[in-house]
Design a binder for this molecule. Sequence first.
Ligand code: IVH
Length: 706
Amino acid sequence: MYDASTQKEFIQRGKVFLQHPEKVSSDQLPILRKLLRFHEWKYYVKDNPVISDFEYDMLFKILERIEAAHPDLITPDSPTQRVGSDLSSDFPTVSHLSPMLSLENSYNADDLKDFEKQVRKLTGEENPITYVVEPKFDGSSVALIYENNYLVRGATRGNGLQGDDITPNIKTMPTVPLSADFSARGIHKVELRGEALIRKDYFEAINEQRAKEELPLFANPRNAAAGGLRMKDPKEAAQRKLDTFIYQLTYAEDAEGRDATQKFSTHSEMLQYLSEIGFLIPNDLIKVCKNISEVIDFCQEAERNREQYPYEIDGMVVKVNRLDLQQKCGLTAHHPRWAIAYKFKAKQETSILEDVVFQVGKVGAITPVAKIKPIELAGVTVSSVSLHNEEFIRSKDIRIGDHLVVERAGDVIPYIVKSLPELRDNSVRPIVFPELCPSCQTPLVKEEDMAAWRCPNYHCPEQVIQRMIHFVSKNAMNIDGMGESQIRKFHDLGWLNNFDDIYRLPFDEIQKLDGFGQRSVENLKKAIEMSKNNPIHRLLYGLSIHHLGRKASKLIAGQIKHLLDLKDWEMERLTAINEIGPILAGNIIAFFKIPENVSLLQSLEALGVNLNQKEEDRPKALPTDGPLSGKTILFTGKLVQMNRKEAQDLAEKAGAKNISAVSKNLNILVAGEKAGSKLKKAKALGTVDILSEQEFLDLVNGMANG
Ligand code: IVH
């Protein structure tokens, strides 16, 4: 449909338009429309977008602005005159009771203030206007029809006017009631709108499983949800474990066919009612705001917390609460004028691969790292992204000079989603993997079944440096004031070749170096001194034994009296510890069989570093057959029957592990009086069992039912 040079032209033109949106004139309307249609085709038909959603939105806005200034130039086939289509021929096509529109987007406080101004103008309202702010879940929209209280139809959005009838798939979702009591409100027939979504953790589990089965991975939860809705076999749809959140009641009639939407006077009242009769409404994430500044605060707060939600959220939706005011605002062909989306900062952008560097890790693994033209992702500038290994580069066909799609989901490290080969020109060149270590020039080796090439030279300068960085890091020996730059400097000066050198550093010399004041040297000295007293699991973890993580280090440390006891440990003894497999066990044994490693530890001990297991550091073994064994627990709020410490001791005796933060790793939250944000967060997660103090006591005393 579009040849390569046309595609390239559209993409380049788009970039030019985006660089100077104010310069785009009405003469350019035809090309602007053409390139928007091209991007819609890439997105909807080819499922392979070549610009970010944000860039598309911006181009769309330019078109809207010019058309608003020249209404006579609007053509019936302009992208503004319809909403995107995802119709498929696999399902019967059905008409929606009212069009499924899109939302206008806003990106900052000023945009929201402009929205308020427009609402005032349209409604003539002079009193404060109340808004409902809801999450904008990033899934796939659905329209549900109930008649006589029964779910009779579920459809996709399709082209906004007609969608795919996917009723059997909709019926597999436990969050969609098959019947609900609408008649109590005199409603006979009703259409609801909602968003079908997949939980982030379940999405990850699905992808893990798909990786095992060597199936292509889903790029994001939205694609997994959209695909799930369209499975031909409802059993497969059910396996995606989709949930549907309802955000709108768009149509209602009574038994005589009269409009019944007037049974409600506000949007929040409508949501409240839907929640009461069994629909999934994200109550904890919805706020009724008294004015636009409350709206702005709540949107910004939600953006800061976006990663805490169990579902992907790409923004908030701001809606005028009073339904009579909504009516006064009216609709355009594209969106309602009484609502606006507040989009969070983009997580996905395109960039260009400028170079690839090869980093040597602490156990010698060579990692290719992409140096890209800096871009901003979810509020952070990204210029380096891991390319993992040779296979990753090969499977994604990534070349130097390529346009890349880069994603960063909150705390998650940036990830290269794909390259865009359609944008290539003759200047791209392949990424050539080195044969020699970039640090010490030793020939690289690749062990069987391993993805990474490795430098086999234990004394490779870069490996030494990386091991040092790990040794002093927060979770290992935790030596403050000794970062990468100090380590590189001390190594260059010949002062740091092994861990014991840290405890022999020439502080008098250091003080003479540029950038080291008396104070910083004193602090460094103190931090090094303190590290001598660390529990031995920190030292063990700091040694950079291949595959040995923090958890296993703690488990091993819990079973020895002195670190050098491990010299005599055999395979069976190590693998008897849960979590330790034969490969890790082999690495530990190999480490302690090397005489230099043993003498290194002896040298550390002679320099005052603790190698003994101290009683207070010994991890407490939790009972494995208690009523709470295997569970994590957290207490919040004021307890009345016992204090916090007593409660935690009781929990441990019952087999639970006390943890300090609400996250998806938390199983039980015991909420005392006046529980606040932790309770709210746990509720929002939806995976945490929330118990009262009494319920907790009943449970540990074995009185709970079931
Ligand atoms: S109201 C009449 N509320 O965003 C306007 N939409 O960009 C309809 N969405 O197709 C939208 N969360 O699938 C609304 N709380 C929410 C939403 C929401 C997600 C989706 C919806 C719509 C798209 C518009």
